[in-house]
Design a protein around this ligand. Structure first.
Ligand code: NAD
Length: 265
């Protein structure tokens, strides 16, 4: 029970990585605020947690909106009396090159992916400081570590999340607040399953990972759990890569071996 007596907010918790994390946090003893813009789905996740004898409430939030994020944090503290963990996980993607992408889509993605992290910290940190510390986790992406094309705003926003994580950890570390990011590879969540419907896209993604498969939401939840818990008590300002070996590979793959990966020992 790594999160016994801890209170955790997970945003984007109605689906994918957020849902898996909310469920895992609850199984580890946390009281969980299941926060999402899709309230009915968030309610269903909170109910599923309670059905497993866990503790959870659903809160409707738009993470891009200041008043909404403030209300979410206040709801967590009103319900459970404290706030130990904030997992800023909700995010979005709008495809497009610089020529294709509309200015409105640029602003939308930056608001949902980056302003959200600023707002989460803005309203959560005072509670964490007052009680002696806390852990903030932000979902970035491997797209924040290199220049993925075709979704320039997503790549820029996730790079911003990584450096915002470092800056937040610098400001609030002295007050006992740890701030870290997670950079997932390609994880099988509902939007990714839709993107991978085309076999050639799926194959390209599978082969990009050294483990030759996509990740599961539970595998990101496990990393989030570690960062949320006291097991990572001396870790702050980091961007932890959980990508099945994607980033470790050179685009060449293996040198001087013409056999396909499946035929190598
Ligand atoms: N799946 C991947 O391969 C992958 C890889 C790297 C990073 N990520 C990041 O992981 C995070 C979760 O993505 P996922 O793949 O689990 O997607 P998902 O669609 O399964 O879950 C995202 C959730 O965020 C919610 N959400 C969206 N906008 C919101 C808003 N303004 N306010 C509140 N909630 C909002 C959605 O309703 C949804 O339930 C995102 O930040 C995403 O960029 C995903």
């Amino acid at each position: 029970m790594l999160l016994e007596n801890k209170v955790a907010i997970v945003t984007g918790a109605a689906s994918g990585i957020g849902e898996a994390s909310a469920r895992r946090f609850a199984r580890e003893g946390a009281m969980v605020v299941v926060a999402d813009i899709r309230h009915a789905k968030a309610e269903a996740v909170a109910q599923a947690i309670r059905d497993e004898q866990g503790e959870a409430v659903a809160v409707e939030v738009d993470v891009a909106d200041a008043a909404s994020v403030e209300a979410m944090v206040n709801a967590a503290v009103a319900q459970y009396g404290r706030l130990d963990v904030l997992f800023n996980n909700a995010g979005t993607l709008r495809p497009g090159t610089a020529v294709e992408l509309s200015v409105a889509d640029w602003d939308f993605v930056m608001a949902v992916n980056v302003r959200s992290v600023f707002l989460g910290a803005k309203f959560a940190v005072p509670h964490m400081v007052a009680q002696g510390g806390g852990s903030i986790i932000n979902t970035a992406s491997i797209s924040g570590l290199h220049g993925d094309g075709g979704a320039i705003c997503y790549a820029a926003s996730k790079a911003a999340v990584i450096n915002l994580t470092r800056a937040l950890s610098t400001d609030h570390g002295p007050q006992g607040v740890r701030v870290n990011a997670i950079c997932p590879g390609t994880i099988e969540t509902p939007p990714v399953k839709r993107m991978m419907a085309e076999p050639v896209v799926l194959e390209r993604n599978v082969n990009a990972h050294a483990l030759r498969r996509l990740g599961r939401p539970e595998e990101i939840a496990a990393a989030a759990l570690w960062l949320a818990s006291d097991e990572s008590s001396f870790v702050s300002g980091e961007a932890i890569v959980v990508d099945g070996g994607l980033r470790a590979q050179s685009p060449l793959g293996v040198l001087a071996d013409p056999r396909p990966a499946s035929k190598r020992a």
